[in-house]
Design a protein around this ligand. Structure first.
Ligand code: NAD
Length: 298
């Protein structure tokens, strides 16, 4: 299939590579020339801009952009996608943005005659490179069905979550819970160790008891408990604190719009904001344990 891809960063780059590997013809655009040249080397054609990409012979356009402001600019801008794209071209936005913005862009696409789904992902850069992402999809069933074979070239677990925007709803709800469970795990691990427990023994108890969760058994924030976790390599790689802070901002803003209290989500946001303000925005989000332990876990 002829596919347009806009946003070739840490996630979009490897996702686009996987589409080429699966045999698709890609036309790509990114503000970063370095990002574009990596894909051109792999066989993609470079479009000089968004309008040119929209007017090329693509049947589907996928976007993977940083935040809602970029998504709105790329789709709704004066010289954006919707101003130039034919109504037959299908659209997929995989950026993580708030559900209301996703619904606004989907409604504008529908008005333009374009079929569109929101399909944010989890699985991080490792999942993007390995083609094992989870896609949470919002949109009509028939559009989900049409997109499925393409999404399967980039991911493993692909779930239809309901109408437009619901992919983003699933994403923000999951990540809010992840932030809360990581902070809880960090607090409990640090309490146990401070009271004299060996961290591996404590994690073993938690992971066979009712406190078990992904943050404890797969991504434990205490150094040395899980060799493959960022905690065991000075919190490098993984899912950055500032990306988690962004997702918590989306969750609390979406909650405000529907007047839904998110007490622990709000607290988690403030704790991550505090941690980021101390210069830790680039560390993996499990480094939040440093708030409880001081800076002793290098
Ligand atoms: P990134 O900053 O690495 O990449 C974004 C790319 O978009 C950049 O190359 C940038 O140049 C490009 N871009 C920005 N504005 C543009 C425009 N107007 N036109 C063309 N290109 C433009 O970000 P990322 O880590 O790839 O994340 C992308 C999205 O995926 C974000 O919404 C993020 O929240 C989400 N996400 C990231 C991860 C992760 O681990 N990095 C995991 C899950 C979801």
């Amino acid at each position: 299939m002829n596919i347009g891809f806009i946003g070739l960063g840490n996630m979009g780059g490897p996702m686009a590579h996987n589409l080429i590997e699966a045999g698709h013809q890609l036309t790509v655009f990114d503000l970063s020339e370095a990002a574009v040249s990596g894909l051109v080397e792999a066989g993609a054609s470079a479009a000089p801009g968004i309008a040119a990409l929209a007017q090329s012979n693509v049947e589907l356009i996928i976007t993977m952009l940083p935040a809602a402001q970029h998504v709105k600019a790329v789709y709704l801008g004066e010289d954006g996608l919707l101003a130039h794209v034919a109504p037959t071209v299908r659209l997929i936005d995989s950026s993580t943005i708030d559900p209301m913005s996703a619904r606004e862009v989907a409604a504008a696409a529908a008005e333009n005659g374009n079929r569109m789904i929101d399909a944010p992902v989890s699985g991080g850069t490792v999942g993007a490179a390995a083609g094992t992402l989870t896609f949470m999809v919002g949109g009509e069933q028939s559009d989900f069905d049409a997109a499925l074979p393409i999404l399967q070239n980039m991911g493993k677990n692909i779930v239809h979550c309901g109408p437009a925007g619901n992919g983003q709803v699933a994403k923000v709800a999951n990540n809010m819970l992840l932030a809360i469970s990581m902070i809880g795990t960090a607090e409990a691990m640090n309490l146990g160790v401070s009271l004299g427990m060996n961290p591996k023994v404590l994690a073993g108890i938690i992971n066979t008891s009712s406190g078990r969760c992904w943050s404890s058994d797969t991504y434990n924030p205490y150094p040395g408990v899980i060799d493959s976790a960022p905690a065991s390599r000075a919190y490098s790689g993984g899912f950055g604190t500032d990306l988690m802070l962004k997702d918590l901002g989306l969750a609390t803003e979406a909650a405000r719009q529907v007047r839904q209290p998110v007490l622990l989500g709000g607290l988690a946001q403030q704790l991550y904001q505090t941690f980021s303000s101390q210069g830790n925005g680039g560390l993996d989000f499990s480094a939040i344990i440093k708030l409880f332990s001081g800076d002793t876990h290098e």
